[in-house]
Ligand binder design. Structure first.
Ligand code: MD6
Ligand code: FE
Length: 222
């Protein structure tokens, strides 16, 4: 039986680990550390997805090779080439369907969406971004999904990054949101079409994932 003293210590440790929610828009939230309890299930699942669909550097319609490596899992995967951005059911590199979305991925995405007041989130696509030091994502809007009523859930793993959260116009001055290993960003509703990007990744090595940042973004795309 724990005495009062140890019970208090446990309560304090739980408080420190409790996810802290930061609101960054009317319907946009950073859930600090929300993914940490899932990490032991996420990492092996991620490795197996990447064996079937390795990271590749895609070309934008404008002809630029992205510095970020991309892969996907779930019914739909996001791709870009000279002919445009789109979701496909087949990985163009393997000619096979994208790997299934691991159960731990889906559970985490649904739990985070619910925490941010988007219950009933049913992701059918998980885009996986791979950043090495120096890689960046320029300001863009996510508008290839058919239905904008579903939120996007974005899980940050590995090295920290600075996320830029802009407004509805490309020229709106972006907010800088630092994202750490285990943080989850959820946004939807009125915030769904805000411009956003990631500043060039700083040098470093993450104890679990090495010299990289991996970002999972879950969407209802189809
Ligand atoms: C990234 N994320 O964090 C890039 N898009 O690596 C995104 O482009 C993104 O995090 C929509 C919603 C959340 C995101
Ligand atoms: Fe995006």
């Amino acid at each position: 039986m724990p005495n009062n003293f140890t019970a208090e210590l446990f309560a304090e440790a739980e408080l420190q680990q409790a996810p802290r929610t930061e609101q960054v828009g009317p319907q946009a939230f950073v859930l600090r550390g929300f993914a940490l309890p899932w990490i032991e299930r996420l990492v092996p699942a991620l490795r197996s997805v990447l064996r079937a669909a390795p990271f590749r550097q895609m070309v934008t319609p404008g002809g630029f090779t992205m510095s970020v490596g991309l892969s996907s899992c779930g019914q739909l995967g996001w791709t870009t080439d000279r002919s445009g951005y789109r979701y496909t059911g087949i990985d163009p590199q393997s000619g096979q369907p994208w790997p299934a979305m691991p159960e731990a991925f889906r559970e985490l995405a649904q739990a985070a969406a619910t925490e941010a007041s988007f219950p009933d989130f049913a992701p059918d696509a998980c885009l996986i971004n791979h950043y090495v030091p120096g890689a960046r994502m320029s300001l863009h809007q996510d508008k290839n999904e058919r239905d904008f009523s579903a939120p996007i859930v974005s899980v940050s793993l590995g090295l920290p990054a600075v996320f830029q959260l802009g407004g509805e116009q490309r020229g709106d001055r972006p907010l800088r949101v630092p994202l750490q290993h285990g943080d989850v960003l959820v946004w939807g509703g009125v915030d769904r079409l805000r411009y956003h990007g990631v500043l060039p990744l700083k040098d470093g090595t993450h104890p679990l994932l090495g010299p990289r940042r991996i970002n999972l973004t879950f969407r209802h795309a189809g």
